[in-house]
Design a protein around this ligand. Structure first.
Ligand code: 5GP
Length: 206
């Protein structure tokens, strides 16, 4: 069986990662979302175990020590991490898994798991991003400033990614990312052990 694809989406806060990911989950039945753990406080609409596992800093540090994360990072002032156990099982079952992680996490994943597909989502402009952050009313002005300051670090790491997609319009962005995922799954290097068997079954010895 072909291994599932590990897909990493990063991009500045407010770029639209959540919307894009939920559209992709609706369209691609073989895709699952990995729910991260975080020490930040939940926003009013956020549900524990659905958007994040909201845990204390003490528990987060214990989980780091117990090596329970595929990657983890301190982003802004809070910890975020990807629980390891479920993901590896899903990939082995041929199920694709999508993660929303910052650039530090994406680089850790690429190092530990070079087959991972890294996609960077960018806003059409910084002014547009600022408007989106202000209009979603989930951060105060100092939190918005912190998030905007992080953009420089985020963009410096774009060359480590496989794809760069500008989120100008949601449907178009989803189609682009869907296309990237489907094309990656057809790569010879991702299926070379399988493709002769797929076509010739047991008669491929001749
Ligand atoms: P937010 O607080 O807006 O939900 O997320 C803040 C940042 O943390 C975003 O850039 C998001 O991609 C990143 N993030 C979310 N989950 C994880 C994770 O598990 N690991 C890492 N490294 N970053 C994450």
């Amino acid at each position: 069986m072909q291994q599932g694809l590990l897909i990493v989406i990063s991009g500045p806060s407010g770029v639209g990662k959540n919307t894009i990911i939920s559209n992709l989950l609706d369209k691609l039945p073989n895709l699952r979302y990995s729910i991260s753990a975080t020490t930040r406080n939940p926003r009013p609409h956020e549900v524990d175990g659905q958007h994040y596992y909201f845990i204390s800093e003490e528990l987060f540090l214990k989980k780091i020590e117990a090596m329970e994360f595929l990657e983890w990072a301190k982003v802004y002032k809070d910890y975020y991490g990807t629980p390891k156990d479920q993901i590896l099982k899903l990939l082995e079952q041929g199920i694709d898994v999508i993660l929303d992680v910052d650039v530090q996490g994406a680089l850790q994943i690429k190092k530990a798991y070079p087959e991972a597909l890294l996609i960077f989502l960018a806003p059409p402009s910084i002014a547009e991003l600022k408007n989106r952050l202000i209009n979603r009313h989930t951060e105060d002005s100092s939190q918005i400033e912190t998030r905007l300051r992080y953009i420089e670090t985020e963009f410096q790491n774009v060359p480590s990614y496989d794809y760069f997609v500008i989120n100008q319009e949601i449907n178009l962005t989803c189609s682009k990312i869907e296309g990237i995922i489907l094309a990656e799954k057809c790569r010879v290097s991702r299926q070379e052990a399988n493709f002769l068997n797929k076509i010739f079954g047991n008669d491929n010895n001749s």
